[in-house]
Design a protein around this ligand. Sequence first.
Ligand SMILES: Cc1cc2nc3c(=O)[nH]c(=O)nc-3n(C[C@H](O)[C@H](O)[C@H](O)COP(=O)(O)OP(=O)(O)OC[C@H]3O[C@@H](n4cnc5c(N)ncnc54)[C@H](O)[C@@H]3O)c2cc1C
Length: 282
Amino acid sequence: MLNPGFFAPADLNQACSLLADEAIQPLAIAGGTDLMVRFNRHRRRRQETLVYLGKLGLDYIREENGKVLVGACAPLNEIAASPLIIEKLPLLAKACGEMASPAVRNAATLGGNVVNNARHADGVAALTALNAAVVIASTGGERTMAMNAFTGAPKKEKLSGGGIIKHFAITSLGPDETWAWEKLRQRKGESRSVVSVSMRAGMQGGKCTAMRLVIGCMAPNPFVSKAAAELMVGYEPGTALNKKVALKVLEECTPASDARASAWYREKVTAVLIERVLSQLN
Ligand SMILES: Cc1cc2nc3c(=O)[nH]c(=O)nc-3n(C[C@H](O)[C@H](O)[C@H](O)COP(=O)(O)OP(=O)(O)OC[C@H]3O[C@@H](n4cnc5c(N)ncnc54)[C@H](O)[C@@H]3O)c2cc1C
């Protein structure tokens, strides 16, 4: 059995074994920008055992077999500035570059954002729009889950056996594909999303051939709009159609009120952001 303390393994299998210790229930820590806030807020008295993931070499950003692999421990600033991400997955570069402040982005990781999975988590929304796959290492071996399935699954199941997200595997944007990322926040710096709308879409001969429109902050997890795909695919985007789609997408949402915005305001700005995103198809 482990003693409470701080471990910084350099080997992934060892890290998974440490995290799988059911008696101590250690916690993984990457940038600590969510975890340490939680510790301070709850003034934890229990001495935690922390397993630091920063020495596992999971900060790579590279291309492999037509997919871009983004290591779970890659800091948000490095993802936003990566020439590969800017070229192949500009939606992700923009989303990461608009999270928090430069200081927080230097420490915060994409893996931490996804595991924390807060309602406002921009990384979750962007990766859902990009239809990313989540690659998880554990004592039971390696497995891959679709982003939607990962966010919907209980933490105990998806990260069982000392599970650690290794990386996200994402298909690069094709020549006929287009994208958009719009985030509304209360102020420019260090401000979480009131709502986000992101899109990965296909266009050919002026018509929409594929549509993945994702609304963030409306539900506990970002959701892919069915209405947007049904109404857009096969048609030419235009002001009237875009407005119709925005109204239909709102029927799929149940906006909530919180400290950042009322449900009424969320609904109004979501319609505006949807139209703004769809106008980028023209
Ligand atoms: C001032 C401020 C502003 C912020 N603004 C935004 C914002 O605009 N948008 C936004 O989306 N977020 C924002 N955040 C939240 C935060 O920065 C992100 O969620 C961050 O990406 C978390 O990453 P981390 O490496 O710091 O995670 P940590 O705090 O280290 O960990 C978070 C959770 O993930 C687990 N974990 C971490 N990495 C892994 C892994 N690879 N495998 C398994 N489990 C793992 C940890 O055990 C923990 O439960 C903000 C935070 C602060 C403090």
